[in-house]
Write a new protein. Structure first.
Length: 91
């Protein structure tokens, strides 16, 4: 039973949106550990977000698999995803 629980936790994923407190730009990503990933962004460990720190989490969704989280990230980066985020006043 313990093995199945660990396997299920390993597969989970999160899609997230960050907003820079410096210039209000957004960053879209996916991860298995959201808290750790946010610390890495704000700690300057992520090259693409290092210059625009600090970052605040403005939105996240949970998924059963990392693949589902990645697909949602790609949707957010599309024009339809942008419209969805604007219509729902997320960004």
């Amino acid at each position: 039973m313990k093995y199945l629980l660990q396997a299920k936790l390993w597969k989970r994923g999160n899609t997230y949106i960050l907003r820079s407190e410096i210039n209000r730009t957004h960053y879209y990503g996916h991860t298995k550990n959201l808290n750790d990933r946010l610390k890495r962004h704000n700690g300057g460990k992520v090259r693409s977000t290092k210059a625009k720190r600090p970052w605040g989490l403005i939105y996240s969704e949970k998924f059963e698999t990392k693949s589902e989280a990645y697909q949602r990230e790609l949707f957010f980066k599309s024009i339809d995803g942008y419209r969805f985020l604007k219509q729902n006043k997320i960004i």
